[in-house]
Design a protein around this ligand. Structure first.
Ligand SMILES: NC(=O)c1ccc[n+]([C@@H]2O[C@H](COP(=O)([O-])OP(=O)(O)OC[C@H]3O[C@@H](n4cnc5c(N)ncnc54)[C@H](O)[C@@H]3O)[C@@H](O)[C@H]2O)c1
Length: 370
């Protein structure tokens, strides 16, 4: 066996073992499952509270990267899941439509609605839990008005639609480590110092959710996610660009100095596992902020090296000036999530990246998805 295929085999074996272990753990512990649902469990707190029926859950941003994984996992746990997404063209709508088709094959319909301007009454009607992931993410060439529209106005309109609802039990907001700014290593009490329009508008969105809690006990909470990667990842992000470049022989753009940036690169499965926790410990989450991510950070240079090893080829790097607003260090401090929610992300980068390479090669390049 060559070094290349041995590395791949090893990564696959570790990944497969972890996958089986994670599935088993979830089923055994009954995390957030519904009695009578497709996947039965005994301690789905919200499920019990709603008279044994499945919980009706709305996932905004369901056609996106993280939202689609979350919606699928919620449905697998037996919940009645509906997605909402307006399919922005921030990146290829084809990718989002493919995600929506995958959701449909799991029995999840995605309503096409724009949180920033459409009537949301039908979408939120009867929802007991809302996961709010719709946003304009990342650093891009978008204007401030676009960030404000999709992150602040969208969140404000969703809250306005849902606050009068009597069925609402839990509202989970997806926030970001970008709220902390250039150095995202502190705990949830650290002062927010966002250095980008993205970070500023996501902080405003988070505060809108928490203001509703402070004002009237609205059952909102917020999770700050750290550098999420995995299958269906947004195409403009580091790993899809890198994997594409190595597999096709094209140049890979590396922003000046970024190989030394530290990142808590966190596998999407570990993020979804954290987002599920409020379903079972709702009362410990409402009004709170939690960091979600893997504690052990690696440099972007290390990440590039791992992918090169998995594929067995070097990237052809083209350097570009540093991007404004880029974080220099993210290291998820998850002491609070571990103590209160029992959160324990476990996927090592070599395992998660091997799965990401497999996805990109088999489902994007081979299928010629744009
Ligand atoms: N990916 C990461 O590394 C990361 C890290 C931290 C936080 N987050 C947060 O997680 C969430 C999901 O991020 P992602 O990486 O999956 O992004 P994504 O772009 O893949 O998903 C976001 C989805 O929201 C939809 N959307 C945007 N504006 C909308 C609007 N006005 N109305 C309805 N739908 C709208 C988009 O069409 C898209 O499908 C975001 O809130 C993001 O800020 C992501």
């Amino acid at each position: 066996m060559t070094t290349f295929s041995y590395t791949k085999f090893l990564a696959f074996a570790v990944w497969f073992t972890l996958l089986c272990k994670n599935r088993l753990t979830m089923q055994e512990s009954g995390v957030g499952t519904c009695p009578g649902g497709r996947s039965r469990g005994s301690n789905g707190v919200l499920g019990q509270g709603s008279g044994g029926a499945c919980v009706r859950i709305l996932v905004t941003g369901a056609a996106g990267f993280i939202g689609s994984h979350l919606a699928e996992q919620l449905a697998a746990l037996g919940h009645d899941v509906v997605g909402l997404d307006c399919v922005t063209d921030y990146y290829s709508p084809e990718l989002k439509l493919a995600n929506a088709r995958a959701l449909r094959s799991h029995g999840i319909e995605t309503l096409r609605a724009d949180l920033a301007e459409d009537d949301l009454s039908e979408a939120v009607d009867g929802a007991e839990v809302i996961y709010h992931l719709a946003a304009l993410p990342g650093l891009s060439g978008a204007t401030f008005e676009e960030y404000e529209r999709n992150n602040v106005i969208a969140t404000q309109r969703l809250l306005a639609a849902v606050r009068p609802s009597t069925s609402m039990r839990l509202f989970v907001n997806a926030a970001t480590s970008s709220i902390y700014g250039k150095d995202a290593t502190g705990d949830e009490e650290a002062a927010p110092r966002p250095a980008s329009w993205y970070g500023v508008t996501k902080l405003a969105a988070e505060q809108l959710v928490l203001a509703a809690f402070r004002d009237s006990g609205f059952p909102g909470c917020s999770f700050r996610l750290f550098s999420v990667y995995g299958p269906r990842e947004r195409p403009e992000k580091l790993y899809p660009r890198l994997i594409h470049s190595i597999l096709t022989g094209e140049l890979f753009t590396l922003y000046e100095g970024s190989e030394y940036h530290e990142r808590s690169f966190t596998y999407v499965g570990d993020i979804v596992a954290g987002l599920l926790t409020p379903l079972t410990v709702r009362e410990r989450c409402v009004g709170e902020i939690f960091n979600l991510g893997i504690e052990s950070a690696i440099t972007t240079g290390d990440g590039i090296h791992i992918v090169e090893q998995i594929i067995g080829r070097r990237a052809r790097i083209e350097r570009r000036p540093a991007r404004p607003g880029e974080q220099s260090r993210t290291r998820a401090n998850i002491a609070k999530a571990r103590a209160i929610l029992g959160y324990e992300p476990s996927t090592p980068p070599a395992v998660g990246l091997a799965e990401t390479v497999r996805w990109y090669r088999d489902e994007i390049l081979m299928q010629r998805v744009p």
